[in-house]
Each structure stands twice: as C-alpha cells, then as structure tokens.
Design a protein around this ligand. Structure first.
Ligand SMILES: Nc1ncnc2c1ncn2[C@@H]1O[C@H](COP(=O)(O)OP(=O)(O)O)[C@@H](O)[C@H]1O
Ligand SMILES: [Mg+2]
Length: 378
C-alpha cells in the first residue's frame, strides 16, 4: 500500500481541518490538494494514491461518475458532503465510495473513515480494548464512571461493549444499571473451563436493546474466592473474541488479582478526587505501576467530583503527580444519586446534565485516542 492521499476540495476551511487531522497520522501523507476537480481526477488517475478525499459538488451525476472512476482504479474514496441525503449516501457507496463523512467534519468520524481505508497498515485494527477503572480507595466513583462510560461507548460507537464487574468480592454494577443476570462471572468461568468461550458470552447480559452487555459480580461472597489471575487471563481472552470495548470495574485492593487485571488492560483510568491524601495515594499507585513496568501512557488520571472553585487547583494536582489530568468529571450529587436510586445511567436521568456531557466527552476522547494510537501503533 502506498501512503498517499489526494484531496479534492474547494473549501479552504475544510482543507485546513483535514490537514490538521492528518498531521496526527504519520503513516499517511497528503500528496496534493486540488480545487480544480478535472485536474485532481487526472492527477489521481496517474499517481494512484491510496485515498482520495472527495468533497461532493452537489451535482449527483458528476459525483457518481468521478467516484466510480476512482474506485475502479482501486483508490479508496471518502466522500464529504454538507447536504447529504440517504439517497446521496447510497449512490456514493454504490459507485464504490469507501465511506461517507458529513460536514462539518467531526474528527472521530473522519478518523474512522481513514481507518476503514487502512486496515492493512493499522496493526491493531479490530483489536479490542480493555479499559480498567481503578482506585485504591472505595467511594470515589469507580462504579459510577465504569457504568456510565460503558453506556456511552455503546451509544457512540455502536460496537459491542461489555462491562465486567471484577470489584471482588462485592461488586455493585447491577445496582447502578438495572440488570438481572442469571449467571455471574465465577460460574461463567467455571463453565468455560469445560465448554469454552461460549459459556462466558452466554453469561453476558444485554442492557436493554443496546450493544452493551454486562458480566455481573458474583452473587455469593464465597464464589469470588475461587477466582485466580489465570481465570482472569482466560476471561479476557474469551471476551476479546467478541467485544470491541471491555470495561472493567476493578476492586480497590492492591493484590495479585487486581494487578493482573491492570497488567492486561490497554488503558487504566486511575480515579481520584481532589483531596490531598487521595492525591498522594494516586501518586503511590503511579509509582507502583511504574515499578511493575506498565507503559507510562497506559495510565490516565481522571478526577471525579470536580469543583471549579476548589481550594486545591488542578495545576497543583498535576504538579504533585507529575502528570496531566486526562479528564475531570464535575461534582453533581443530585444527578448521580437519582441515577443510582433509579438504577439508570445518568443519560437516562438527564441527557443535558453536566455529568452526562462529561461521560460522553470522556468516551469520545478515549475512542479518539485509541484510533490515533492504532495508527501510530504504539
Ligand atoms: N460525579 C459525582 N458527583 C457527585 N457524587 C458522586 C459522583 N460520583 C460518585 N458520586 C458519589 O459517590 C458515591 C460512590 O460512588 P461509587 O461509584 O459507588 O464509588 P466506588 O465504586 O469507587 O466505590 C456515590 O454513591 C455517589 O453518591
Ligand atoms: Mg464500586
């Protein structure tokens, strides 16, 4: 595969945006930009780039002809359009376009389209991501974050997401979203030893009619004692076969089991609140992860219950931790409590509340970072 991209676009603003997004992907280069489509098509037909980004002219017949011509040359065509209708999308795709992105261009949509065209360069493509939510103290908001983030991932990506409650021995995910699983993690793993991955998949219970599934905590305390780090390894292996995002609500203990979970994770969200003893704890966790040899980019700090006018400033926290804060979730006791009491995610309580928007923004940031990481292959 060559790494050339040609852009056919008359709007300067849109070109600037694309250039900006593309600067994050080292593997691909913008070879040429044309405002004159005739020249652009001629150049593309000769230089055969990997991708042509084609901004629709609003002349359907012309667009279809060009898309077909370029696609027939095995060029991946991404169509951009402001006034798009289902008909137009269908026509473009029928003519051979690889993907369709609406304007104004949203970074994530654009990057996903590029990713679709580059399956062979993106090493980690289709790789599932294990995202662990961890804090070595209880009551910080781990479960609230894990459940709401899982709901957001499913909503935004429509890919299969599983929320795994490994907060052993006493998980509580099922109290945050109303779900009544018939099988719990430990019995699923038990059955899987004889029957394989299917047993684990059957134990994942679908949340409403979404692409989110939940693997619940053990009902009985004793059940959790039978779980070992080897079980965890197997469990993740099975889940990776079917889910794009695996979110784990991890327990607070620093023990073999939890360290195994964190070691196997692609991303750790280390949750804290702005309070000196907790920040120090956070620092200790970072040191520990460092000693365990975790990649330093793997752990991201998430501040929960953030207050704009807190005595301790975020910059101070960043100084102590020597790391920038990845995300802040505002303090909103009312919405969170009403979500817990009704056993519903916050987006179902109030889609415009600051916490709902924050969870949505966090999910969006993580998916964007994952897409970019996939490209860079780090
Ligand atoms: N963003 C927030 N704003 C206000 N209160 C919160 C927030 N997140 C969590 N809480 C409160 O903290 C409590 C503990 O949250 P939870 O998710 O159960 O913590 P953990 O899983 O870390 O023990 C919740 O019952 C809720 O009252
Ligand atoms: Mg919890």
């Amino acid at each position: 595969m060559n790494n050339k991209i040609i852009i056919l676009e008359k709007e300067e603003e849109s070109v600037e945006l694309i250039k900006n997004y593309m600067s994050e992907i080292e593997e691909l280069n913008i070879d040429a930009i044309f405002t004159n489509y005739e020249e652009g098509v001629k150049y593309a037909s000769e230089s055969l780039p990997h991708i042509v980004i084609y901004s629709s002219t609003n002349d359907n017949v012309y667009d279809t002809k060009i898309i077909k011509k370029l696609s027939d040359l095995s060029i991946n065509v991404i169509v951009l359009s402001l006034n798009y209708t289902t008909n137009l999308v269908i026509q473009a795709l029928r003519a051979g376009a690889k993907d369709f992105v609406s304007k104004p261009i949203i970074k994530k949509d654009f990057m996903c389209s590029i990713k679709k065209c580059c399956k062979d360069v993106v090493k980690a493509i289709n790789k599932s991501n294990i995202i662990s939510i961890f804090s070595n103290k209880g009551g910080i908001g781990k479960t609230a974050i894990a459940t709401n983030l899982a709901v957001e991932f499913a909503r935004q990506t429509r890919e299969k997401v599983v929320l795994v409650d490994l907060n052993l021995p006493l998980g509580d995910v099922t109290t945050f979203i109303n779900i009544k699983p018939s099988v719990t993690i430990s019995s699923a793993i038990e059955t899987a030893t004889h029957k394989g991955a299917e047993a684990v998949l059957n134990a994942c219970k679908q949340y409403k009619d979404t692409s989110l599934y939940v693997l619940a905590e053990p009902i009985y305390l004793e059940e959790s004692h039978t779980m070992t780090p080897t079980h965890i390894f197997k469990l993740f292996e099975y889940l990776r076969e079917s889910f794009s995002y695996i979110l784990v609500d991890v327990g607070t203990n620093i023990d073999k089991m939890n360290m195994k979970i964190l070691e196997l994770s692609d991303l750790i969200l280390l949750v804290s609140i702005v309070n000196l003893p907790l920040i120090r704890n956070c620092q200790r966790c970072l040191d520990l992860f460092n000693n365990l040899g975790f990649d330093e980019n793997k752990t991201k700090i998430v501040i929960n219950r953030y207050l704009e006018n807190d005595e301790i400033k975020i910059e101070d926290v960043e100084k102590v931790l020597n790391q920038s804060i990845y995300w802040k979730i505002p303090n909103n006791y009312f919405t969170i409590m009403s979500s817990i009491n009704k056993a519903m995610p916050v987006c179902e309580i109030n889609e415009n509340s600051n916490v709902t928007l924050s969870f949505s923004g966090l999910a969006n940031k993580i998916t964007e970072d994952i897409i970019i990481k996939d490209f860079i292959g780090s």
